[in-house]
Design a protein around this ligand. Sequence first.
Ligand code: PLP
Length: 235
Amino acid sequence: MSVEKSFSEIRDSAKRIIGRVEIAAQKAGHPVTLVAASKMNDAPRVRAAYEAGVRFFGENRVQELEAKLKDNAYDGAAVHFIGHLQKNKVKNVVGRVDLIESADSAELLEIIGKRAVEAGVVQDVLLEVNIGGEETKSGVEPERAGELAARAAEIPGIFVRGLMTIPPAGVEPERTVRYFEQMRKLFVDIGTKKYDNVTMSILSMGMSADFEEAIACGANMVRVGSAIFGERHYT
Ligand SMILES: *Cc1c(COP(=O)(O)O)cnc(C)c1O
């Protein structure tokens, strides 16, 4: 559980982060959407961030998402799925979130699309890119992201809005910036292709430790968790 911060501390942190995102966005010359990554924080804590002005939340576990939807945690706000999505959980997510940020294979896109068609919706997705080429991380390899976008264009029920990445942790800041720059290039490159049902409008990258650098490199969506809600304690 993440219980360090009180509700008023969450509100204060959220306001500070909103301010920092705003300043970084102004410097970069483009608007930026702040998504509060609210994993391990329950509905009342999500509401505290909402009260401070946060209007987008990101969840990475299906069970938590469902519990908080039931508790009306996101009322008046949008919710994104940002975690690894198992194929057998797709049905619990499609049509219930505004954006799935973590689609990373043609197979997964097909399952999402199929479910969306059944539900009579078009599901917005981002393609998650494994920019550091890490063995253990989800995401399509950068070299294959264009190919995946081309495949996505043929799948009914989905609309690709852009790219998402989580760069390798624990590397020097200059290295992280290089990953952000590579993402930006990929985003621009794919954007020049005219695939059906694919636009490169959203570039989601940057977390608590590096969202300002990400914005400077072109991110227009950042996902910030611990800087708003406090450190998470995994047991
Ligand atoms: C938890 C999480 C974040 C936020 O991480 P912090 O370092 O706490 O800001 C961002 N993106 C994803 C996919 C996450 O799971």
